[in-house]
Ligand binder design. Structure first.
Ligand SMILES: Cc1cc2nc3c(=O)[nH]c(=O)nc-3n(C[C@H](O)[C@H](O)[C@H](O)COP(=O)(O)OP(=O)(O)OC[C@H]3O[C@@H](n4cnc5c(N)ncnc54)[C@H](O)[C@@H]3O)c2cc1C
Length: 364
């Protein structure tokens, strides 16, 4: 019997597992894939979570943060205009290929029983829990579901997420000396983000950019199609050379966050998927994982029952993490206003860097 079983070895799962193990809990962490692996992601890590990330990575993986490309600026390419805003303090660009593997290794060093290539199939009980997996059954006093946006364990709404099907597409390209900026190219149906990134083994790189798009499936299904949809992006990408294989993910579904279900704590994307363009998904995953472990600590110590810990998690989640979802969905709706309405707003923002900066800050 483990104190805690965590399903999913991404940022949310590793954060929950490391924090719980450091608090003395006996933790099992299960991941269906194998690290290192590529992941569809803009690889923009917001400054708010860099301290937490530093803590989780521990002294052995600090080089990941020291070697990360700093991103002190955002440029928004929309309706033929370019809005610029400072990102202060700067964000970091860290390849998920390196980041997720380093977090996994930190979990192992924290004493977590971390098992890769194990898929969780189904849960029985509401505490304690029995978990059926591809390698057998495990029992735990508490369960954190950090299996991401798209897992058999996370039930989708009956409609399958509504009429619109959104895809995520990503690849790294060679671009000589890219500017230290996260560039967001907004399309009629989605956006494409471009930012410099370096890989741990990429010492010979002269310049590499991560290109990551979220688009409606009926407007494009491959990255070259996305690059052709925006005039400035088309021009910029003309000389790019693909590094490695492009990857994709679908469907991207937006629904109100659900921090707990049947006494299972949901962390990261499993609880709720935030609009990727705000660049806060990794941060929310790390923070919700920590919150889950902290909420469960009194239960492990025998000073609270599981119901109380779940209640506390839900309350803290709604108080500290929910505002990001609200702001991002408000901005998403504003971006979808007709061009005629958007234009005067953009014109004001273009002339007022202070306002633009406030808008960027409001997503934090
Ligand atoms: C197009 C796009 C761009 C994005 N850009 C950014 C960005 O620039 N910055 C940012 O902060 N966020 C970004 N995000 C969001 C970010 O990628 C996620 O929010 C983040 O990965 C969430 O972490 P997680 O740990 O919750 O889930 P994940 O990282 O998805 O990890 C979940 C893990 O669970 C495993 N798993 C799933 N099912 C099972 C199972 N049954 N058994 C065992 N293991 C299982 C998976 O293999 C996976 O490794 C972007 C997302 C998209 C789609």
């Amino acid at each position: 019997m483990y104190d805690l079983i965590v399903i999913g070895g991404g940022p949310a799962g590793t954060s929950a597992a490391i924090h719980a193990a450091q608090g003395g809990a006996r933790v099992l962490l299960l991941e269906r894939g194998k690290f290192p692996r590529q992941k569809v992601c803009g690889e923009f890590v917001s400054a708010e979570s860099l301290g937490l990330l530093r803590y989780l990575l521990g002294p052995r993986s600090q080089h990941l943060l020291c070697g990360a490309v700093s991103i002190p600026q955002v440029r928004v390419f929309l309706d033929g205009r370019i809005l610029r805003a400072k990102i202060d303090p700067p964000a970091a660009s860290i390849a998920r290929f390196d980041l997720d593997a380093a977090l996994w290794s930190s979990a192992q060093h924290a004493g977590v029983d971390a098992q890769q290539a194990v898929t969780a199939h189904g849960v029985a009980g509401t505490g304690p829990f029995r978990l059926a997996t591809s390698t057998g059954e495990f029992e735990g006093r508490a369960l954190v579901n950090a299996s991401g946006r798209w897992s058999k364990l996370n039930t989708l709404p009956a409609s399958g997420g509504g009429r619109e099907k959104w895809l995520g597409l990503k690849a790294h390209f060679a671009e000589p000396f890219p500017e230290a900026s996260v560039d967001l190219y907004f399309l009629d149906e989605g956006y494409c983000g471009v930012q410099p990134v370096s890989l741990q083994d990429g010492h010979s790189d002269r310049g590499r950019v991560n290109v990551c798009a979220m688009v409606r499936a009926d407007s494009a299904t491959k990255l070259p199609e996305v690059l052709a949809l925006h005039p400035a992006l088309r021009e910029r990408s003309h000389s790019w050379q693909l590094i490695g294989e492009p990857i994709s993910t679908s469907p991207l579904i937006f629904q109100p966050p659900q921090p707990a279900k049947d006494n299972v704590l949901m962390a990261g994307d499993a609880a709720g998927f935030v609009d990727p363009f705000v660049g806060d998904g990794i941060s929310l995953a790390l923070r919700s994982g920590r919150l889950a472990a902290r909420s469960l600590a009194p239960y492990f110590a025998g000073t609270a029952c599981l119901d109380q810990s779940v209640h506390e998690y839900r309350r803290e989640y709604e108080e500290s993490l929910l505002p990001v979802f609200r702001t991002s969905s408000w901005i998403r709706q504003a971006l979808r206003l007709p061009r005629m309405v958007r234009r005067p707003v953009l014109s004001v923002l273009e002339k007022s860097p202070v306002l633009t900066r406030q808008l960027v800050r409001s997503t934090r």
